[in-house]
Each structure stands twice: as C-alpha cells, then as structure tokens.
Design a protein around this ligand. Sequence first.
Ligand SMILES: Cc1cc2nc3c(=O)[nH]c(=O)nc-3n(C[C@H](O)[C@H](O)[C@H](O)COP(=O)(O)OP(=O)(O)OC[C@H]3O[C@@H](n4cnc5c(N)ncnc54)[C@H](O)[C@@H]3O)c2cc1C
Length: 424
Amino acid sequence: MSSSRILILGAGFGGVSAALTLDRVAKRHPEIEVVLIDEHDFHQVNADLYEVGTAFFREHIDQAERFRILKQKTVCIPIARILHGKRVHFLKDTVTGTDANTRVVELKDHGRVAFDALIIALGSEANDFGIPGIREYGFTFKTIDDALNLRAHIQNQLAWAKTCAVNERDCHLRFLIGGGGFTGVELAPEIHRLLRHLAPLYDIDPSQIEIRIIEAGPDILLGIDPSVTRIAHSRLKKLGIHVALNTKITEERLKEVRTLQGEEANTLVSQTLIWTAGVRPASVLSRSHGLTLDKGGRVVVDSSLSARADGRVFAIGDNAVVEGVGKIAASAYGAIEQGKIAAHNAFAKLTDGKVRHFHVSPTIFVVPMGGKWAVAKVGKFVFAGYFAWFMKRMIEFHYFVSILPFFEACRRFFVESRIVTQND
Ligand SMILES: Cc1cc2nc3c(=O)[nH]c(=O)nc-3n(C[C@H](O)[C@H](O)[C@H](O)COP(=O)(O)OP(=O)(O)OC[C@H]3O[C@@H](n4cnc5c(N)ncnc54)[C@H](O)[C@@H]3O)c2cc1C
C-alpha cells in the first residue's frame, strides 16, 4: 500500500480543528500520515488574550512568577496535550515557504517536506499600514508575549507616574487604543478595570487616568448590529472611556501620538498606544508559489476551500477568502468550521471520497466589556450583562471540551477562570 502525507500548517483554531477531524476520519487509514506544523508548541486561545494583558493578582507575587502562571495556565494549551493519544504527528518549526506546484513546504529547521495534500492555516499578523512609529513604539496585541509585554508596561507607567514631575504625568496616565473593532472595544474596559485596582497601590487618583479608543471609521464595531454598537457606546461612557471617531492615527513618536480628524491635526502626549486596528494574513503566504492571492494577501479558495484545480491545497480561517461568499469577519468559529471541511476534503482527495462545501452560517458573537459583563448577539437577539458574559465562558468551556479530554478540559477551564477573573 503506498503511503501519502497530509500537512497542516498552523496549530491555531483552524489547524487544530483540521488535525482532530483527520484523526477521526482517517483512523482506519494507517497509510495516510498526518503532520501538524507550528512554530510554537502551544495552541493560543485568542479570545481570552485581553484577560492576560490586564490580569491582576490579589496575592502578592513577583512579576516573573505572575507571567509564568499566566503563560502556562491560561491561554496557551500545549499541543502535546491536544494530540495525546491521537495519530497526528506534531513538528515544531517555522514555515518559510510553500510550493503548490511541486507539492513541497519549506521549513526553517527541517528543510523541504513533501505533501500529497496541504491545509494552510497560518492565521494573521498585525498590520500597521506603514504608519510611522507604530512598529517602534506601539504595542501590538496578537500573541501571549504581546499581552505580557502590555501587562508589564501598564504597571510600569503607574510606577513612572508616581515618581515623575507633575507636568509629565499625562504621558504615563493616558492609554490610547488604535482601533474600535472587537479587540479594542474588549481591551479598553479591561484596562480600565486593571488600572482601578493598581492606581491606589501607586497613590494615583484614578480620575487622572485617561483611556481613549481612536477609530478611523465612523463608528466602533463597524458592520455589527447597530443596537450592539449603541449598547457598547453606553458601556464605554459609563466607564469613562473616551471614543474618538473618524480620527486617523498618522504617526507615533516616543512620547506622543499624532492624529487627524477631518482637517484637524492633534497631538496627544502618551507613552502607550495599543495597535489593534489592522491585521493581514501571515506574510509567508506572499512568498508562496502556485496560489492565487487577493489584494489583501489571502488565498482565494472555492467553496470546497480548495486553492487549486488539483484539489490538493486548501486554505482556511484568516488565510482564506472564499470565492462567491461576501466578506466574512475573521473568527475562531469560522476557522474551526473550515478546518473540519478542509480536513474532510483533503482526506476525500486521497481516498476518492465525496467533497464537502462551505456555507456561511449565522455566527453568535459575544463582546466582553469589563468585569462579568458582555454584550451578545445570537440570531436576531441582542442582550447585555452578566448572562452574556456567562455565555462567553460557556462557549469557551465547550471549546476546551472539544479539543481536550473531558477532565483535563474542566481542570484547565476552572484554573484559567480563577486566574483571569481576579480583577472582575
Ligand atoms: C486578541 C484577539 C482576540 C480575539 N477574540 C476572538 C473572539 O472572541 N472570537 C472569535 O471568534 N475570534 C476572535 N479572534 C479572532 C480569531 O482568533 C481568529 O480569527 C482565528 O484565530 C483564526 O484562526 P486561524 O486558524 O486562521 O489562525 P490562528 O488561530 O491565528 O492560528 C495560526 C497559527 O499559525 C502559526 N503560525 C503562523 N505563522 C507561522 C509560520 N510561519 N510557521 C509556523 N507556524 C506559524 C501560529 O503560531 C498559530 O498557531 C481574536 C483574535 C485576537 C488577536
């Protein structure tokens, strides 16, 4: 029996979903080897990253210990735990290129690896749109290290504000968030919460602290139900978080951020700009051969998620744009669904099975906005408050159970919940 190999690039939401699906569907096909490749040996659950970036520990523990706990017990799940007992192999390496014509993937350490079918799920990275200074002085918010850096920086700003001259305080006590999308709108109330806990420890009056979301478009959470946006605005107002709409960030310097609202240029002194305004697909895609990319850099796929007529290369999640389907918001849920379909179709290609197609299904979304409070939309229904927050926790619990053994999922979920809700 001749053997064949399916490679999955990226162990995020889409990649893990594809790997676990292949483990099931290819169970009776030992001739099919499945290999999952990622540059990290953990799977990052992004939806709780803002909790890590703003985590507050009631117990007095030093920063190194705090960061070790946050890294190991919250959003990073070891891939070895997910794949324990499965027939999927894991390779820790960085993908440096793919060639769909010769069916080869290039890896930084392991060199060239051949495939019979390929699933590309490398996710996205921050995009500063070339705005000067953001890369040098701004904070991106995509990875666990970004979240830990931000957490350390926020506390350092209070330490500086306590000791600096009065006229320099604004610079340390003004926290700017570039982008009023999901990430910005979730992060701002959590930062507010953290600062409320930290300020008394540094003898700082919380009323001196300013948090501001700067959004280039006409509204926050653009494209979402207007009633959700309305509720989000009133929540931000209640917390004292400023929102500047139709305002572009034009430049960041060491201690200031420049903006443009219409014709009006403004300079805000601040040492903190968290850039959540843009993402683009993993840049390695632009160095790949044999794929068609749209102008945003995503791989164009058909409804079977196949990127080529030969039906051997699939792209999913943040890496894919499905022809004939309008713009769909990047989401973990979408990546998971696409991971399942791509896995079935990769297996079908090697076994002459039936091809499945992707259909957009209505998504549920929940926007947590500080404390045990969120706004959610399920179908036509919009609701806000504790129940929406609880629903988010349940969605996450369901996800843990879908990728980990039941008792491990419960243990992890409860430990994580205890740690990340300490400032709620
Ligand atoms: C802060 C934040 C909060 C979010 N909150 C939500 C939410 O609440 N709900 C929701 O639905 N969506 C949320 N999202 C969006 C969601 O996380 C993404 O849409 C989803 O992760 C896309 O899945 P993916 O499989 O395409 O990519 P990812 O899950 O990003 O996985 C990509 C994987 O590829 C790996 N990788 C990248 N480049 C390389 C390389 N060159 N070599 C090897 N490995 C590589 C990465 O390490 C990663 O493991 C959030 C995103 C962020 C950043």
